[in-house]
Design a binder for this molecule. Sequence first.
Ligand code: S3P
Length: 175
Amino acid sequence: MKRIILIGYMGAGKTTVGKALSKELGIVFYDLDWYIESRMRKSVAQIFAEKGEEGFRRIEYNMLHEVAEFEDVIISCGGGTPCFFDNMDYLNQQGQVVYLKAEPEVLYKHLLMAKVERPLLKGKSREELLMFIREQLERREPFYTKAKYTLDVSLMDNYDKIKISVAKLREMLHI
Ligand code: S3P
């Protein structure tokens, strides 16, 4: 039984790498944010607006406990998932957790190009955004680094590099 779980900061490419790995291995892929949106019939941004971050984290916790019970799946978590409640310990129990690590400047570049609205980043100027990423990443790293595996994806910004990341991941996990 395989359960591969990808974690990391917003913009690290968890969904992109997860989807590519799923395609190669023929294993079903779940993105936790998408799962939340389909179960709640609301976007993550709407949930934040209606229930605040605290309400979102409760829902995220409950949905995580559904998705991480599925077998033979690849799961990509939200950037904040490992940092609340006992989620990180739970993730480590449930599967092979990989931290997709990238430098703040790289995350910043990816997030500037992103199409999906991230409630935590809304309304920030470019300078504020970079500072926010640096500070929040520093606070979150102690959680992320509890993952058994770490893959540096700082250079993953085009299709070839995504393929390389997937190959590295397969080597690392022996899959
Ligand atoms: C969040 C990351 C988002 C989403 C929500 C909160 C975070 O997921 O869960 O907006 O706290 O880092 P992505 O990492 O997929 O953007």
